[in-house]
Design a binder for this molecule. Structure first.
Ligand SMILES: *Cc1c(COP(=O)(O)O)cnc(C)c1O
Length: 390
């Protein structure tokens, strides 16, 4: 206990201690946080679907019909009708032979990489990939080669070097939209490389699914290279407003995961209401309402980012709804976040180990359902908090 207490005290002194805040009510553009009304500027509920009536109704209906629990993992008794319907829908959505639902994005990435790759294989992973990919690399028995962020030439050099002593499969894995920088992976160039080196390409589209591309099909659709991706991973907890994750891929890949992926095999499946809500969300994002929400999200994002840039702030190359504002060290970052909280703006300060040292930031996320007036005020306060040129 003493050791843990010392570690916690040390974190506190460095301004690095993490703790929880409680949101009351549903996830909207404004929330009640620890009893106070706030503008919510750190939610991944980009399209505002988390409390959408159609998703709530789908969950209610599935709960009435199928109950709240599945009683087991997918391979035992827990593969229910809504899981299978969702997988069929996802395969059609991404244009693949099959799809598999996981309980979370974390479970998907760890289970996919562990389940597919073996000794002798090599994973090439972008240095800014999500923590769940990093942990998946650790769990896989393959070797991992980390390449500099979005650096196609560096990746090419590493592939060339590894190809000389190749013994097994190559897999290149990248976020579609990077979760802390809000920039987009150079997917068309990665497709060309993976073809040249006979590698597989996996894209984690947690932040692109529902938001980018025609019908919300994600980053690869946005960049016109959907067919070039071998493993389409995405999540339901962000723009799709509920929970869980998927992989869409060839039948062989899906069947391999059903047989080898430990996070898939050894875990009780999602409650039947969750795939039901995810299906309702996919219907919305593919239709006219999805188009309208994406347009609103884009207008909000452009407006908000422009105001911050006019204030002289460094947005770290973001081109999406994830808008980081560089602050540098932990102490001023947390000071800025505290100031904004006092001004009723809920935005998260991000520190190591989530981001590299010296690259601390405020990470703002824009939603389709934000009011422009609220975003205008938030931008002004952020500029003041970070010491920009208001
Ligand atoms: C959020 C996120 C995950 C994890 O998904 P969960 O469903 O929240 O576990 C994986 N990858 C990326 C890039 C993410 O942003």
């Amino acid at each position: 206990m003493d050791r843990w207490r010392d570690q916690l005290n040390e974190l506190k002194e460095k301004g690095m201690l993490r703790f929880l805040r409680t949101v009351e009510g549903a996830q909207g553009p404004r929330v009640v946080l620890d009893g106070r009304d706030m503008l919510l500027l750190c939610s991944n509920n980009y399209l505002g679907l988390a409390n959408h009536p159609a998703l709530v109704e789908a969950a209610r209906e599935a709960t009435s019909r199928y109950g709240v629990g599945t009683g087991g993992s997918r391979l035992i008794s827990g593969s229910m009708k809504t899981h299978v319907q969702l997988e069929e829908h996802l395969a059609a959505f991404k244009g693949t032979e099959g799809a598999l639902v996981f309980n979370s994005g974390y479970a998907a990435n760890t289970g996919i990489l562990q389940g597919l790759l073996d000794e002798g294989d090599v994973i090439f992973s972008d240095e800014l990939n999500h923590a769940s990919i990093i942990d998946g690399c650790r769990l896989a028995r393959a070797r991992t080669v980390v390449y500099p962020h979005a650096d196609v030439a560096a990746l090419e050099a590493l592939l060339t070097k590894e190809a000389r002593k190749r013994r097994g499969r190559f897999l290149v894995v990248t976020d579609g939209v990077f979760s802390m920088d809000g920039d987009i992976a150079p997917l068309p160039a990665l497709v060309r490389l993976k073809e040249r080196f006979d590698a597989l390409l996996m894209v984690d589209d947690a932040h692109g699914t529902g938001v980018l591309g025609e019908g919300g099909r994600g980053t690869a659709a946005h960049l016109g290279c959907l067919e070039g991706i071998d493993l389409h991973m995405g999540t339901f907890g962000k723009a799709l407003g509920c929970a869980g994750a998927y992989l869409a891929a060839s039948r062989i890949v899906i069947d391999s995961l059903i047989n080898h992926s430990r996070s898939f095999i050894f875990s009780t499946s999602l409650p039947p209401s969750v795939p039901a809500s995810a299906l309702a969300a996919l219907d919305i994002v593919a239709g006219a309402e999805g188009e309208r929400l994406r347009r609103a999200l884009w207008l909000n994002r452009e407006f908000f980012a422009r105001r911050l840039q006019e204030g002289g702030l460094d947005l770290l190359g973001s081109t999406t709804q994830i808008v980081p504002v560089l602050t540098g060290d932990p102490a001023p970052t947390m000071e800025a976040a505290r100031y904004l909280l006092a001004e009723s703006i809920f935005v998260q300060g991000i520190r190591p180990p989530t981001v590299p040292r010296g690259r601390c930031r405020l990470r703002a996320t824009v939603m389709a359902v934000h009011e422009p007036g609220d975003l205008e005020l938030a931008a002004e306060l952020i500029i003041r908090a970070v010491g920009g040129e208001g």
